[in-house]
Design a protein around this ligand. Structure first.
Ligand SMILES: Cc1cc2nc3c(=O)[nH]c(=O)nc-3n(C[C@H](O)[C@H](O)[C@H](O)COP(=O)(O)O)c2cc1C
Length: 211
C-alpha cells in the first residue's frame, strides 16, 4: 500500500513536538479522541519480537488533579527532607502539572518482559532494555500526535522518587508487576506553542556516514 504522507511530512510532524510547560486545565480535544490516539499507537507501535511489554493509562479531568494531589502528598516529606528550597521549587512545578488537563502514563509490564525472556531465551537478558526502547517509541508517537491536535504536553518521570511511583500505581490501580516509565501531562496551551527546536550538537559530532 502506498503511504498517505511523505517522509518530509512525517518529519515536519515529528519536529512540531515540543516540551510545553504552560498548560490549561482544559482540553479542546475530547477524551474520546485522545483515547483513540493512544489506542492507535498501541495498535501499531513496534516492540522487540512483537512482545508488547508497554501499557498505558489515560487519566483526565478531576482524576488528573487527584493523581497530582496524591503525587504531591507523597513527594512532600521526601522533598522537604532535601531542603525547604527544594520543596518550594518542586511544589510550584508539581502544582503547574496538576493544572494541566490530563496525563498519559506509560508503564512496562514486568510479567510481559519475563514471558518474552522465557519465549526467546537467547535474548532474555535484552528484554528489559528492549522494553525501554519500545516505551520511548510509544511515548514520542503519543506526544507528537497530541501536539498535532493542538494540545501542549510535557514528559515527567516521577519514578525518580520510588515511594511516589508506588502511590501512582495505587491511585491508578495498576497490576503490581507494572513499572512506571513516563508521565505525559497534556492540556490546552496556556502559552504560544514553542516552535524553535532547542540547540543541538553539530551533525559532525553526532552523525557518521559510512558509504
Ligand atoms: C527520555 C526523556 C526524559 C525526559 N524527562 C523529563 C522530565 O523528567 N521532566 C521534564 O520536564 N522534561 C523531561 N524531558 C523533556 C526534555 O527536557 C526535552 O525534550 C528537551 O529539553 C528538548 O526539548 P523539546 O522537548 O522541546 O524538544 C525528557 C525528555 C526525554 C526524551
Amino acid at each position: 500500500m502506498a503511504p498517505t504522507v511523505t517522509a518530509d511530512q512525517f518529519l515536519a510532524a515529528a519536529k512540531h513536538r515540543r516540551t510545553v510547560y504552560g498548560l490549561k486545565s482544559t482540553s479542546a480535544v475530547s477524551d474520546k479522541r485522545v483515547e483513540e490516539i493512544v489506542g492507535q499507537v498501541l495498535s501499531f507501535a513496534p516492540s522487540s519480537y512483537n512482545t508488547q511489554p508497554g501499557r498505558i493509562t489515560l487519566v483526565t479531568g478531576e482524576k488528573h488533579k487527584g493523581l497530582w494531589d496524591a503525587i504531591i502528598a507523597a513527594a512532600e516529606p521526601i522533598l522537604k527532607g532535601a531542603g525547604e528550597e527544594v520543596w518550594k521549587t518542586m511544589s510550584g512545578i508539581f502544582q503547574a502539572h496538576k493544572g494541566a488537563y490530563g496525563s498519559v502514563v506509560f508503564w512496562d509490564s514486568g510479567d510481559a518482559i519475563k514471558e518474552a525472556g522465557a519465549k526467546h531465551q537467547s535474548a532474555a537478558h535484552m528484554f528489559p532494555q528492549f522494553a525501554d526502547h519500545s516505551t520511548g517509541m510509544a511515548q514520542i508517537l503519543v506526544w507528537t500526535a497530541l501536539e498535532l491536535e493542538g494540545l501542549g504536553a510535557n514528559l515527567q518521570h516521577l519514578q525518580a522518587i520510588p515511594p511516589v511511583e508506588a502511590v501512582i500505581k495505587q491511585y491508578l490501580d495498576v497490576p503490581a508487576d507494572y513499572t512506571l516509565k513516563a508521565h505525559l501531562n497534556y492540556g490546552d496551551l496556556a502559552q504560544p506553542h514553542p516552535e524553535a527546536v532547542p540547540e543541538k550538537l553539530p551533525l559532525s559530532q553526532t552523525l557518521k556516514v559510512v558509504a
